[in-house]
Design a protein around this ligand. Structure first.
Ligand code: HEM
Length: 408
């Protein structure tokens, strides 16, 4: 069979609209909301002519496909490439890109390492680090919320939390860019990220080795399982790598998007300042509204049917989480940033067996930061237009110049 962008090309199933849009074009990646609206309006699924695959963006179907790990597997890759048919660019993730029962076994080790108890011990460190960074930024006053804040905070606290002795910010950010852009087609964004080269992979793999892990961090919990004979050294390294792959770019994007939300909505920022109990929900609301992980794929493992549409085995389905999280049939006034909204059920952290295993850690980091911002900053003003960053799977900002006004 000849492949198309690394997957089996399918014909349009009966009863669905064909669409000539390119969801990986610069235009859509920079401003995806029109794409989200059109995608949902075209039906439960659309046929993407350019990629000979399906896409869904209504809440119901996106949730169904994304969470049904038996009919729609992750082991064939969560990007456009089908790992069953084409060799992936790096050894697949032992968590994100495997199915049960192997997934269940591997994930259990991460769940224990990232347990709420372990994360709660880190919260004071996150808050102290957020306070220190904010104090520095207040002195600067005019900052880029991405380069000075969103990219800095996670690259300080995350490697320390995991227990990485060797930390290199640009390697971590470069690797994140490769991991997420690699999920798309062979376009300029994927090629640019891949140009960083395999040396980045080597550096990341080295950072995950037992000799480069300290006794204090979360990764030590993973290496303890080697000592107890539960897993071997190689799997332990791969599990640590899965944290580095998924734990930096996501949080950087989420923090940048959150600052963008409060900048656009000063009245919502004031609400948070007046009632700090709203901090947690404000973080959830920004995740819902901006969905940093905008779209991941699944691959059908059998001939099946969803909402009356027949889907043949081997079909790649682009599940557009950003569209599902702004579906007006589920979310009233979906593009409004409303920190009092009931946010339960958003898909920004996934759903089903693959839901984000790092979510407690991510929430602890981001809420600590927002709390510090709400405590120390009176208001935030825009200095220049935000610049978004095209990325095949993420929705994130490249630059967000702002002025910080300190609490009097
Ligand atoms: C706000 C930040 C974050 C967002 C928006 C996010 C989003 C997601 C999403 C949507 C998934 C589901 C993927 C799928 O089903 O195919 C996922 C899975 C995952 N995330 Fe996160 N994530 C974030 C932070 C983190 C952090 C900090 C870590 C590491 C500590 C992490 C580690 C993982 C891993 C290992 C998986 C795979 C879980 C599995 O397959 O069982 N994530 N994340």
């Amino acid at each position: 069979m000849s492949l198309f962008e690394g997957h089996k090309p399918i014909n349009a199933p009966v009863g669905i609209n064909s669409w000539d849009i390119d969801p990986y074009s610069k235009e859509v990646l920079l401003d995806p909301t029109t794409f989200f609206d059109q995608l949902r309006s075209k039906g439960p699924f659309v046929y993407l002519e350019k990629y000979k695959m399906l896409a869904c963006g209504r809440y119901g179907e996106t949730k169904e496909v994304f969470s049904d790990h038996e009919r729609f597997v992750s082991s064939r890759g969560v990007g456009i490439q089908d790992f069953k048919l084409e060799k992936p660019w790096r050894p697949p993730s032992v968590v994100l890109e495997v199915d049960p029962p192997q997934h269940t076994k591997n994930r259990r080790i991460l769940t224990k390492a990232l347990s709420p108890k372990n994360i709660s011990l880190l919260k004071p460190f996150f808050k102290r680090s957020a306070d220190t960074l904010l104090d520095e930024l207040i002195v600067k006053k005019d900052i880029d919320a991405i380069a000075d804040l969103a990219e800095v905070f996670p690259t300080i606290v995350f490697p320390a939390a995991v227990g990485l002795k060797k930390i290199n910010k640009s390697t971590l950010l470069g690797y994140g860019s490769m991991v997420f852009n690699a999920l798309g087609p062979d376009n300029e964004f994927r090629r640019e990220a891949m140009n960083l080269g395999m040396s980045v992979i080597q550096k990341i793999n080295d950072q995950c080795l037992v000799g480069n892990i300290d006794d204090e961090g979360l990764a030590q919990n993973i290496y303890d399982k080697v000592e107890s004979g539960e897993i071997d050294q190689e799997l332990a390294g791969m599990l640590v790598r899965s944290l580095l792959s998924a734990g930096i770019d996501t949080t950087v994007s989420a923090i940048g998007n959150l600052i963008w939300c409060i900048l656009q909505n000063p009245e919502q920022f004031n609400k948070i300042k007046n009632d700090k109990e709203l901090v947690n929900n404000a973080v959830e609301e920004s995740l819902r509204l901006t969905s940093p992980v905008k779209a991941f794929c699944r691959t059908s493992s059998i001939n099946t049917e969803v909402s009356g549409i027949k889907i043949e085995e081997g079909t790649k389905v682009l599940c557009v989480l950003g569209a599902a999280n702004t579906d007006p049939d589920v979310w009233r006034d979906p593009y409004k940033f409303d920190v009092s909204r009931k946010t339960m059920g958003h898909l920004a952290l996934g759903i089903g067996v693959h839901n984000c295993v790092g979510q407690t850690l991510a929430r602890a980091e981001i809420t600590s930061l927002l709390l510090s911002v709400a405590e120390k900053i009176e208001k935030i003003e825009s200095l220049k237009m935000p610049i978004w960053k095209p990325n095949n799977a993420m929705r994130s900002l490249k630059s967000l110049p702002i002025r910080l006004f300190q609490n009097s």
